[in-house]
Design a binder for this molecule. Structure first.
Ligand code: SER
Length: 855
């Protein structure tokens, strides 16, 4: 059974048991406690928790998951992966242990047909109910039901708090012959956990206390790759059909072979795993950056590239491996093919950046090695890593090639210190902790947003996170718009009795709380203090123009291109707006102009922008556009431009379309297959854009000393003149080279004329022409013509036909190639060589001379 069949069989099986099959959710969870979807249950957490009522009480999925906590083990073991797929059947207060256990067994033994003698089960130490079901209902021998502790047989919560429970697992024996004294507890490494049944019945609070959930649930997790390795009878997940084409691609692009050298195999496995994670993360909208999800992606991507470098890669390759991932997985995850271009180009750009780092680091490493005596100290390795991101394993490799050792112990010590520091800023745990502080606050408090009505207000400090010079502060009310729905946050100022601060960024860490990221100019802020908050009005107004214009653009796109146009992302900033939408072709000039005309018509008609609050149902029935991935409460805000556009939106807008000023599209291009991006400007930005263009035109007119349409004639004239001059230059140059050649005397050796001439870097076809000139009408002549550049040298060897029995141009070229450290060869009368050692030209001449002297 291949993995695609396995995935399908699982879903069909549970569908036949009354489950609704749902598609995989994104790797980016809608969950403030988690950076990534780490298990199949994550999308259903609010249901388990009892916070949301389920539509279906039985669900089955195959979920994309990502875990990075064990990233250092990836590649080194047969099982560790970052990206993986988890099969799961879930019961939300519906069936419980009996059904979950018996169905799991039925699937594993009847559908997958795994031999029973190789299967063991584990249960939580005091779970007698599960014990009885396994023993009496399923009929497993008592000695094959192993009771284990909390460490292994209690799952969750996913995040610092939440649903969790005891679990029971099915383990598959991978050794040669099963025996009673080899159990999942005593010989762990010979067993493969293939199925985890979590009996989700508790909620764990901040102190780690367990409280019964309102309903008992089932959360099953079965790793697709592991099961595939069991049924396909291979040693590791990496040998399953899920990885094979990816590994073949790595072999192809890096010129290596899997299975010959364990050290190289580790690198190949790392690249295979990481290219899957990178492809799926980018497809779900993560881009490399230095923060949170983007940072994790950057780390994974660079780790893969680093292993590529260990295998000899000298230029970006990972995007090509991603291509194999996309091909292998696109049938099940069409988002991969839809965003193929994006996945490839984002990866390649990041690879290029990283390769530059490696080049810089190499330079520094050379200096370090020159100063080192036998051993490179840990501090230098750390500095290379810390400042350039230069990988220590490459240092070790290069050092070894140069007969040096590396003090890795000291490096590790410095790394650990660094990790301690970095953890506070970047790790998943800290991310969760931070949102936890706000979660706690949100229980008893909600920031009041007054920014629709006013741009300044008095407020009270409710909470200050850390006392640095850049604290995050929550006020009881705020006029600051927090970044949301594509609109960037307001900026502005805070003033109080004896101090002030700049508001640099404003965001919503958890629903109901608005956090202000400040830069203190003077004084200090403390809970309870009264302050005055002032939003930067100019910037807010410019942003509002762009936001209303975005709505107009959205409506105009639907009118001009068709109703299939759907918003796929947007950015509303003060200096421009960016709108991504679904459409399969580039827009023609006419279409773009029509869109601009439509939007500007609405602007010039000065229509009022009407904002109303109504129920979600009412708004939708009136035809308002809702974006499927935004969450809306009961009451929604509707932004309407009469007869033209109506959208649900929480953003800030102008009062009248006339306030927008000129709307101008400045670019339109594809960001992935089927998704296009328009960037446009409004208000003063349009004025500045026109001014800049005008200034540029003025300069061009001035330089060309022209006016009106004459300028085009002038430009045509200049181009023609330039072409003619180029031709003339070419002819002169060629004459010059020929005359240099003619003035070069040939040597006479054994009745053979030996002509050699060295030119300063000239084109290969010029060199060839010169060699034609040299031999034309000649006999008994051997010619060596060199073109020497900064770091390369080309050579053409000609031998007149009467001599080719004795002397062959091809032989000379081959020998020359060796001397010049390059390649070469050719026919007896005509041959070429090239190389990088420019200093050895004379040695080649000397070699040829000797050859002729020997006769
Ligand atoms: N949540 C459990 C796991 O991740 C079962 O789905 O293993």
């Amino acid at each position: 059974m291949n993995s695609d069949e396995l995935r399908e069989e699982f879903l069909i099986f549970f569908e036949s048991k009354g489950h609704k099959v749902l598609p995989s959710a994104s790797l980016i969870p809608n969950d403030p406690q988690l950076l990534f979807t780490v298990a199949g249950m994550v999308p259903f957490k609010p249901i388990f928790w009892g916070k949301v009522k389920p539509v279906y009480t039985r669900v089955a999925t195959c979920q994309k998951c990502l875990r990075t906590n064990d990233i250092d083990n990836v590649g080194r073991t047969p099982r560790h992966q970052t990206f993986f797929e988890m099969l799961g059947n879930f019961s939300f207060g519906d069936y419980f242990k009996k059904e979950a256990i018996t169905w799991a067994w039925e699937f594993v033994t009847k559908i997958l047909k795994l031999p029973e003698e190789r299967l063991w089960v584990t249960i939580y130490r005091d779970d007698d109910e599960a014990f009885r079901i396994w023993k009496d209902l399923v009929g497993i021998e008592e000695k094959k039901i192993i009771r284990m502790g909390k460490e292994t047989n209690f799952w969750g919560p996913a995040g610092p708090t939440g649903p969790c429970g005891p679990c029971s697992e099915i383990h598959y024996f991978t050794g040669s012959k099963p025996s009673d004294d080899c159990t999942p507890e005593s010989c762990e490494e010979q067993f493969l956990e293939i199925w985890n049944l979590v009996f989700t019945e508790f909620n764990q609070d901040e102190e780690g206390r367990l409280h019964p959930l309102p309903k008992k649930n089932i959360d099953t997790g079965a790793g697709l790759e592991r099961i595939a390795s069991a049924i396909q009878n291979v040693k590791s997940n990496f040998e399953t059909d899920l990885f094979k084409p990816v590994i073949s691609r790595i072999e192809e692009v890096l010129g290596v072979r899997y299975g010959l050298d364990e050290r190289k195999d580790i690198s190949i496995r790392v690249i295979a795993d990481h290219s899957r994670a990178v492809s799926f993360l980018i497809a779900d909208g993560v881009f490399p950056s230095n923060e949170e999800r983007g940072y994790v992606l950057r780390r994974i991507l660079r780790r893969a590239v680093r292993h590529g470098v260990l295998l000899g890669a000298q230029k970006p390759f990972l995007h090509t491996v991603n291509d194999a991932v996309i091909e292998r997985m696109k049938k099940v995850y069409p988002e991969l093919s839809e965003r193929r271009e994006l996945i490839m180009s984002v990866t390649q750009a990041e690879e290029e950046r990283f390769f530059k780092t490696i080049v810089q680091g190499n330079e520094m490493l050379k200096e370090i090695m020159a100063k080192s005596n036998k051993k490179i100290d840990g501090e230098s390795v750390f500095k290379l890593y810390d400042t350039y991101g230069f990988p220590p394993d490459i240092v070790v490799d290069v050092a070894r090639e140069n007969g040096l050792e590396v003090d890795l112990k000291d490096f590790e010590r410095l790394m650990e210190e660094q990790r301690q520091k970095a953890r506070s800023a970047r790790s998943d745990i800290e991310y969760a902790k931070r949102t936890d502080l706000y979660n706690e606050l949100a229980k008893s408090f909600k920031t009041i947003f007054v920014g629709y009505q006013t741009l300044d207000c008095e407020a009270e400090v409710i909470f200050v996170k850390d006392d640095s010079s850049t604290p995050e502060v929550v006020f009881d009310k705020t006029p600051f718009y927090a970044e949301r729905g594509g609109q960037v946050s307001d900026v502005g100022e805070v003033h109080w009795n004896d101090g002030s601060a700049v508001v640099e960024h404003v965001y919503i860490p958890v629903e109901g709380i608005v956090a202000h990221v400040l830069r203190i100019k003077s004084g200090q802020l403390q809970k309870g203090m009264k302050v005055k908050l002032t939003v930067d009005e100019k910037r807010r107004k410019a942003t509002a123009r762009n936001h209303t214009a975005t709505h107009l653009l959205h409506a105009a796109l639907k009118k001009v291109l068709g109703e299939h146009v759907k918003q796929a992302g947007s950015l509303v900033a003060p200096d421009r707006l960016r709108f991504d939408f679904t459409h399969h072709q580039s827009l023609t000039k006419e279409q773009l102009e029509k869109i601009e005309d439509l939007v500007n018509e609405v602007i010039l008609n000065s229509l009022p922008v009407i904002i109303e609050e109504k129920s979600y149902k009412e708004a939708i029935s009136e035809g308002a556009i809702a974006l499927f991935n935004e969450k809306y409460g009961e009451v929604v805000r509707v932004v309407k431009v009469p007869q033209f556009s109506e959208e649900l939106c929480g953003g800030t807008h102008v009062e009248n379309t006339g306030n927008i000023g000129l709307f101008k599209i400045i670019s339109e291009f594809a960001i992935s297959a089927g998704t296009r991006r328009i960037e446009a400007i409004t208000g003063f930005n349009s004025l500045n854009y026109l001014r800049d263009n005008e200034n540029l035109m003025e300069k061009i007119y001035e330089r060309l000393d022209a006016s009106g349409n004459d300028i085009l004639l002038k430009i045509d004239g200049l181009i023609e003149k330039n072409n003619n001059l180029n031709k003339e230059l070419q002819q002169l140059r060629s004459k010059l080279l020929i005359s240099q050649l003619r003035q070069t005397p040939s040597e006479q050796i054994n009745n053979i004329k030996f002509l050699h001439c060295v030119f300063e870097e000239i084109e290969p076809n010029e060199l060839r022409n010169l060699s034609d000139v040299a031999v034309s009408g000649e006999s008994s002549l051997v010619v060596l013509l060199f073109s020497v550049g900064k770091d390369k040298v080309n050579l053409i060897v000609r031998v007149t036909q009467d001599l080719t029995k004795k002397i062959k141009a091809g032989d000379i070229a081959k020998q020359a190639a060796q001397i010049l450290e390059g390649g070469g060869g050719g026919r007896p009368e005509f041959a070429q060589a090239g190389g990088k050692n420019t200093a050895k030209v004379n040695q080649v001449i000397e070699y040829a001379r000797k050859l002729l002297q020997q006769g």
